[in-house]
Design a binder for this molecule. Structure first.
Ligand SMILES: Cc1cc2nc3c(=O)[nH]c(=O)nc-3n(C[C@H](O)[C@H](O)[C@H](O)COP(=O)(O)OP(=O)(O)OC[C@H]3O[C@@H](n4cnc5c(N)ncnc54)[C@H](O)[C@@H]3O)c2cc1C
Length: 461
């Protein structure tokens, strides 16, 4: 099941001479990737006492929320109560507290679809990392790993200082493309049976809007944005495949947009990412022109920013000790080794302009468990994967992939890594999972009524 990169293997080769590489750091836990999963992992591991290095290719944290301007956090609740708690909820509430009074009033006590202010988030995350003692190395790409017999010995990083190595006891792969597992030759799958992948979206932020005009028009006419989009498509004035746009208002004049798709982009392929960037910007320009002409309140829209990278919903998934399936999702299954729970709906965007969306919701109050085993790539003993690339089938990835879940998985991965290093164990499978669960519950995570009730009264270590 190992994923070969046939396109690369078919190319002419040059030989790189053997090279001694400076050792940049020797630490307990290396976290690769500073998105929601990496943030959760780095903070949790450092707060549990581990020495942590987080490497991130951009100059800020946040992952899709900041890199690609994804404009809102998906629900933290199961429609009845918050089920994503711990570090994820702490970040949500701290972000709200850092916003203007009006935003705080609007979103107080609300946990679902909270708009994201990317600049507030970046600053807040820097502060949290510094306070927790996480060593963050920006502008640094993890480009390879040295591994032997299923054990990662070192990560190879590239940045302005050159090529260096990092040695860690545990490696948390939060790259969302499972880069560490890929370099270590671990088993991976990508997309659907025919290689289909969800499309990318170039999200963007518009200023100089009038929310009150926009909402008043919708109130008076009963015609919302979806209606305008439908009309625009029918009139041949708007060239998008789906009659839908996500708008997240940051204030009366500024909103983030998740609007339009770019098809056929594999986010683990650099050529595709480059095409996604240029095609995405062309599409955003087209959409903004249309919004100015067609939507009341948007006549003076000013394009503030597009994502640094096109937003990517799906690439590689690891094959882990357990593969979470759609049956597990639909059956709201719990596992003895649950480290988080998920209630977000299966939300698979169409792979082609002509195919449809797949959406499957759970009833209010229902969720399924995410077992620790789904974070452990088969054949690798000191790597934990958190975030978009965990071990699921394709349908379930369409659900587990969202940011609140990634925070929770990251927190579990980081806590597990810290416990392992504290116990001087390097095999992720030697961890006593109940100890991990107890630690998570004590730090505020919700692992379901049964586990939380059982472990709440027991002492953490
Ligand atoms: C268009 C779009 C809309 C979405 N809408 C929502 C929404 O409304 N709400 C929601 O909650 N979720 C939404 N999602 C899903 C969600 O944003 C992602 O699935 C989630 O951010 C994944 O988190 P992650 O931590 O696994 O990875 P990411 O957020 O992708 O972060 C990975 C980080 O790792 C870094 N990285 C990657 N490889 C390397 C490497 N080799 N070396 C160093 N750094 C590396 C990247 O730069 C990035 O910062 C959306 C996604 C897209 C694309």
């Amino acid at each position: 099941m190992k994923m070969k990169n046939e396109a690369l293997d078919a190319k002419p080769m040059v030989r790189q001479p053997a090279q001694d590489i400076p050792l940049y750091a020797s630490i307990d836990v290396l976290v690769a990737g500073g998105g929601p999963a990496g943030i959760g992992a780095a903070l949790a591991a450092a707060r549990c006492g581990a020495s942590v290095l987080l490497v991130e290719q951009r100059g800020y944290l946040g992952g899709m929320a900041t890199v690609s301007q994804v404009p809102a956090f998906c629900p933290y609740t199961d429609q009845m109560k918050p089920i994503i708690r711990g570090i994820g909820l702490e970040i949500l509430e701290d972000m709200k507290r850092s916003m203007a009074d009006e935003f705080q009033r609007d979103w107080q006590g609300r946990y679902d679809w909270v708009p994201i202010d990317a600049e507030v988030l970046k600053r807040l995350l820097d502060e949290k990392m510094a306070k927790a003692g996480v060593n963050v190395l920006y502008h640094t790409f993890l480009g390879n790993v040295l591994h032997e017999q299923g054990h990662v010995e070192a990560a190879i990083i590239h940045n302005k200082s050159g090529t260096q190595a990092v040695k860690a006891a545990i490696y948390v792969d939060a790259t969302s493309d499972a880069d560490i597992v890929w370099h270590a030759g671990g088993p991976l799958v990508k997309g659907g049976d025919e290689g289909e992948l969800q499309p990318g979206t170039m999200c963007f932020v518009l200023h100089n809007l009038s929310r009150s005009t926009f909402l008043a028009h919708a109130d008076q006419t009963g015609s919302d944005l979806r209606h305008s989009i439908r009309e625009g498509i029918a009139a041949g004035e708007l060239k998008v495949a789906r009659e839908w746009a996500g708008i997240s208002w940051l204030n009366e004049h500024t909103a983030g947009f998740n609007f339009g798709h770019v098809f056929g982009i594999d986010g683990s392929n650099a050529d595709d990412l480059s095409r996604g960037a240029t095609e995405g910007r062309v599409l955003v320009h087209h959409i903004v022109q249309w919004l100015r002409r067609s939507v009341p309140g948007f006549a003076n829209a000013y394009l503030g920013t597009t994502g640094e990278q096109i937003g990517i919903r799906e690439t590689r998934r690891i094959v882990g000790d357990y593969v979470i399936t759609a049956d597990d999702f639909l059956g709201c299954r719990s596992f003895p080794d649950d480290i988080a729970r998920n209630a977000y709906f299966i939300d698979i965007h169409m792979a082609k302009p002509t195919s449809g969306m797949t959406m499957v919701h759970l009833p209010p109050g229902q969720s399924h468990g995410i077992p620790y085993r789904a974070l452990l790539p088969v054949g690798l003993d000191n790597v934990i994967v958190a975030g978009r690339a965990i071990s699921t089938d394709r349908a379930t990835q369409g659900s587990t992939r969202v940011m609140p879940n990634c925070f929770a998985m990251g927190e579990a991965a980081g806590t597990a890594a810290a416990l392992l290093t504290k116990q001087k164990r390097s095999s992720t499978r030697s961890l006593d999972v109940e100890t991990l669960q107890r630690q998570l519950v004590h730090k505020g995570a919700w692992l379901g009524e049964e586990i939380n009730e059982r472990l709440r009264t027991q002492r953490s270590i």
